[in-house]
Design a protein. Sequence first.
Length: 66
Amino acid sequence: MSSNQQPRLTAGEKTRIAWYVARMAKRGLADDRQYGGRIDQSDLQRKVDRVLDQARKREQRAKNSK
């Protein structure tokens, strides 16, 4: 699997990603943008990336065990 291809996600992984995206949207709405977008969302993006990395590793383990 290439590194830019998205893995198949379980229901739990989809739920966690949806939760993080919703939190990002909430933070985006809370930002008044008057001072140039001071809200940092990098922590939530790292969490989404971590879920995707774990899904890739899970798929790789499943592929290797066959």
